[in-house]
Design a protein around this ligand. Sequence first.
Ligand SMILES: Cc1cc2nc3c(=O)[nH]c(=O)nc-3n(C[C@H](O)[C@H](O)[C@H](O)COP(=O)(O)O)c2cc1C
Ligand code: SF4
Length: 351
Amino acid sequence: MSDSPLWRPGRIGPMELKNRVIRSATNEHLSQPDGQLTTTWMDTLVELAENEVGLVITGHMSVDRQQRSDQGQTVLDEQTDLGLLHETACRVHAAGGKIVAQLNHGGKKAPETVNGHPPKLPADFSLEELDQIVGKYRYAAMLCRRAGFDGVQIHNAYGYLLASFLNHVDNRRTDGYGGSVENRFRLTGRIIREVRRTCGPDFAILTKVGGNGYGSLHRLLELYEISGADGVEICTSDFDPRIWASRSFCMEELLRAWEGVDLPISLVGGVFSQKAAEHILEAGVPFVSFSRALLCQPDFAARLKRGEAEESPCTTCNQCYQSFRRQFVRCIQHTSPIPQLKKVFGSSENT
Ligand SMILES: Cc1cc2nc3c(=O)[nH]c(=O)nc-3n(C[C@H](O)[C@H](O)[C@H](O)COP(=O)(O)O)c2cc1C
Ligand code: SF4
């Protein structure tokens, strides 16, 4: 309904958003086999903006073609089709939305079957390699800026490289990148500052972090603020084993962790109805993000706005993690296979 707080404008750093609805990064798996962007990838993002998603965050895009997480993952580097990236930004803007690219490095989740060499943990990187990683993030962010994107999101969740650095179980380094939370944050902090330095103040820098905050959510939020990030998306459901807490994450805990931190946040995880989304906004959280509800129905937000639906038909079966490879559909409720998925995964060893 149009008087819902979901449809009020909001601001994240330099981005003026038409409403409070964010599409949380969701791997489209729609690159060419070598990571190049495709028109199907672009159309998927544009469709969301055309259907009342105020901020579209792309699925994770690899800053390093040697560290991809699967054969359908897009890559941002010297070989990226800048024209298609630019067209994507223009079409999202024409639909009234904003677009941010999620930047990622596979780390321990970059399989040998995809990259031809074993995945790496924080201790496997030399200092020189860490400098190179900062450079790759900077380069990817500059490409996005040149293409007209509104910003980038640095992926700090779900066990990929930067999350591994934050997690003291994965991070066994004994130098300035391991140990205290400030040290484990150092690589992310360097990346945020470097992106800010090269892309300027009118380019949004967001992050995405797990709700357990690796045991230090409040401190991490402070560190994001100190480093110059513009906003943080917090996942309220974990896909990683919950190593820090045996009870589930709750809103009160999050609001306490956010106290005194001057950064807008968004919550993602398990929001499948207008009521649940409004509950989050009414608790004082400025934005709400959706993944599976929009995978299931790319026009879910438009349906809510038109008053045609109050709940997503997503059954949380979680088959979307595999169905794109096996049936070449993104959600098992979809009946038309996507030819690009077949092109990428049809003959893959991993299917
Ligand atoms: C198929 C699929 C792909 C995903 N890909 C990404 C991704 O690329 N980056 C990311 O940060 N999270 C990714 N996620 C996690 C979602 O962004 C989100 O945090 C999680 O699904 C919880 O939100 P939901 O309950 O609204 O689905 C993915 C989730 C699904 C189902
Ligand atoms: S596959 Fe299942 S969990 Fe995924 S979007 Fe579809 S209904 Fe939801």
